[in-house]
Design a protein around this ligand. Structure first.
Ligand SMILES: CC(C)(COP(=O)(O)OP(=O)(O)OC[C@H]1O[C@@H](n2cnc3c(N)ncnc32)[C@H](O)[C@@H]1OP(=O)(O)O)[C@@H](O)C(=O)NCCC(=O)NCCS
Length: 219
């Protein structure tokens, strides 16, 4: 009887010791891993920035990026008069309305607390675009080009496009930088072309397409 009682008390002491050990080890490990995750999140945010949905407060920044990027990327392609006449106030009003009415998905890229790029998309606006998504636009401030921000904006916007067989976008035929970028991330010319007029100057646009498996998360 005494031997059994002694054995039981040893077992119970062993369990208590193990519980104490688990209590002492687990929080430390958890604590360490939380710290590690926080560190990873902070370093990721600081080094790589973040992509998030735009809010109506982003409208002035989106408008400013729109105008600055057009003026840098389309000089010599789009008529200078048109580029000079782009109004920050009108663009900001347009984007405020666009965001308030949720007519499209708009994501912004943040670097050190500032909006430095954006992309928008939704259902295709083309007559042959049934069940097709469209990236309407993407703009990154020139000083942030070639840092991977465009690619991350495209990945994010594609994630939120409605489910469809493919995603298309239009780009000025003379926009060699844009064409190179889109080809690099998996888009190809699909043969469609159209002409747009800016300040009475006709500009050719070409359409690119990428096979797409959307997740229908938003819109
Ligand atoms: C087009 C644009 C959005 C690209 O953004 P970005 O941040 O400079 O692009 P990234 O740095 O993410 O490049 C992504 C990939 O494309 C490649 N790439 C970018 N531009 C390229 C080009 N002209 N030719 C070939 N590859 C190119 C990059 O090398 C990178 O490849 P990697 O990931 O293997 O290194 C940006 O240049 C821009 O805002 N241009 C003006 C507006 C515009 O033309 N918009 C598109 C038409 S609506």
């Amino acid at each position: 009887m005494q031997a059994t009682a002694r054995r039981l008390s040893v077992v119970s002491a062993t369990f208590s010791a193990r519980r104490r050990l688990i209590r002492s080890v687990r929080p430390t490990r958890l604590h360490k891993s939380q710290q590690f995750n926080r560190f990873r999140f902070l370093s990721f945010s600081l080094c790589q920035g973040m992509i998030r949905h735009a809010t109506s407060e982003d409208a002035p920044a989106i408008a400013a990026i729109h105008i600055r990027t057009w003026q840098a990327a389309y000089a010599g392609i789009v008529p200078a008069d048109y580029l000079a006449s782009m109004s920050l106030q009108k663009r900001a009003e347009f984007w405020r309305e666009e965001l308030a009415e949720c007519r499209s998905v708009i994501v912004v890229a943040i670097e050190i607390g500032e909006v430095v790029g954006w992309a928008s998309g939704g259902v295709s606006r083309d007559v042959d675009g049934k069940d097709v998504s469209e990236v309407y636009a993407i703009y990154v401030l020139p000083e942030y080009w070639s840092r991977g921000i465009g690619r991350r904006l495209m990945e994010k916007i594609e994630e939120y496009l409605p489910s469809s067989s493919s995603v298309t976008l239009w780009v000025l035929a003379q926009n060699q930088r844009g064409l190179g970028f889109y080809r690099k991330i998996g888009y190809d010319l699909d043969g469609e072309e159209k002409t747009i007029k800016l300040c009475d100057v006709a500009l050719l646009e070409v359409r690119l397409r990428k096979k797409y498996q959307g997740s229908a998360q938003a819109l």
